[in-house]
Design a protein around this ligand. Structure first.
Ligand SMILES: *Cc1c(COP(=O)(O)O)cnc(C)c1O
Length: 428
């Protein structure tokens, strides 16, 4: 694998950006080596500046569900650009995408557009706090909800420990308002509500977690959150920034018979542009300014180019295309299971809709502790060897991988052959 150009570009970038990147995981720290610098992307493929082609399963961390640079979306965006790139005044394009989201995502009686998933979750907990006039937020260990202060919090040992900042720069006072609990643990959740229930503004969760590897919440766990939040008057927030339009046709919430109060969307809804949204029950969302007193705003929110890309992307996601992606995920996962048997590898293959992942672990992975106990050294090795064979997977076992409508059966076959060779090199 040639890397001269990427190496040079990475060095140069390090004189400009901390660590040479504008978002930390891009630096490949978990797997080592040089991150690929990208020249262009089309369909299921990524092309680096050394001129090599890769089958891309990162897809910009989820958004590019129609593959890269889909012709009809690009054409619509080009047309939109010519009409002006930002108005700072309402345009019908916002309502068009908003309505489409209401049609496609359950429980979105009212929503608001923002520019990143971080903004969506940050705003959703502000609504929860504003509505309930309480300060405490419950999150689950290993779930990622963007980089705002309230969410960069780690639990101490034991149950319902008040959070300590996970990052310098997060005020201890803010972190102390976040309670971090183990994922999929109903007893810990119950105990937390028994102790602090009347102070809790909301509970936020990735119902299908994609940021500690891919881990699904149990139906009972999601139901317990709903029951307890209702009993204690707290809001139930589902963070679908990654899972929206992916974990199922109607997102992660489509997998559970449970109604949330607020939902956060991002990634896919912008079709590769900076778009996210938060919304849910009208009684709560109508308390957001200008109707209500809970303040939230954005100069570029509802940007016409971004709205166009989002609309053209979501509109094209039909049940048929979704099924096609599910078939590809199944083909890949079945193939990996076969290789697991062939080489007797401690491997856990997981999928949820168009998302998939794997852990080098003897046991099924149900929470962050399990995920941490996986063999990260082996993952790094496999990742590196696959990259050399033109397969671009997320550069950490804590990240999910994604399928697009452009990945073909042949792409999956080639991917499985690459895995076969790599496992052969390691175990053969
Ligand atoms: C990516 C992600 C976010 C943050 O979104 P950004 O657009 O990166 O700010 C929040 N929550 C979840 C579940 C995510 O996967």
């Amino acid at each position: 694998m040639k890397q001269e150009q990427s190496k040079k570009a990475f060095l140069e970038a390090q004189d400009v950006f901390p660590g040479g990147v504008n978002s930390p995981v891009r630096a490949f720290k978990a797997v080592g080596g040089t991150p690929l610098f990208i020249d262009k992307a089309k369909g299921a493929y990524l092309y680096d500046i050394d001129g090599q082609e890769y089958i891309d399963y990162v897809l910009s961390w989820g958004p590019m569900i129609l593959g890269h640079a889909p012709d009809p979306v690009i054409a619509a965006v080009q047309e939109a650009v010519a009409k002006g790139t930002s108005y700072g005044a309402p345009s019908p394009l916002e309502t068009k995408l908003g309505k489409l989201l209401q049609e496609r995502v359950p429980y979105l009686e009212r929503l608001r557009m923002v520019n990143s998933g971080t903004e969506a979750t940050m705003s959703a907990i502000r609504v929860a706090r504003g509505v309930t006039k309480r300060d405490k937020i419950v999150k689950f260990i290993g779930c990622y909800h963007g980089h705002s202060d309230s969410f960069l919090v780690e639990a101490g040992s034991g149950i319902a420990t008040f959070g300590l900042p996970d990052s310098p720069g997060v005020p201890a006072a803010t972190a102390s308002q976040t309670i971090s609990l183990p994922y999929n643990n109903i007893a810990a959740l119950k105990e937390c509500f028994e102790q602090h229930g009347t102070e809790i503004a909301g509970v936020i969760i990735e119902a299908v977690a994609g940021n500690m590897g891919l881990i699904k919440a149990s139906e009972e766990f999601i139901r317990a959150i709903r029951d307890l939040t209702r009993e204690y008057g707290a809001l139930f927030i589902v963070d679908e920034v990654m899972t929206g339009f992916r974990a199922s046709y109607t997102g992660a919430i489509g997998l559970y018979q449970v109604e949330p109060d607020l939902i956060c969307l991002g990634k896919v809804v912008g079709g590769g542009f900076p778009v996210a949204a938060f919304g849910g029950k009208k009684v709560y969302m109508d308390q957001v300014a200008p109707l209500g007193a809970i303040y939230q705003a954005g100069t570029l929110s509802g940007n016409p180019i971004a709205m166009t890309a989002g609309y053209e992307t979501v509109k094209r996601l039909t049940p048929d295309l979704f099924q096609q992606m599910l078939d590809r995920v199944e083909q890949l996962c079945t193939g990996l299971e076969r290789l697991k048997e062939k080489y007797q590898i401690p491997l856990q293959v997981v999928s949820a809709g168009t998302m998939f992942g794997f852990f080098f672990n003897d046991h099924p992975v149900c929470n962050f502790e399990d995920s941490k106990a996986s063999d990260h050294h082996l993952f790094a090795k496999v990742h590196r060897l696959l990259l050399e064979k033109g397969i671009y997977l997320a550069p950490s076992q804590y990240e999910s991988n994604f399928m697009s409508t452009e990945h073909t059966k042949e792409d999956i076959d080639r991917t499985l052959q690459a895995f076969d060779h790599v496992f052969g090199e390691i175990y053969g």
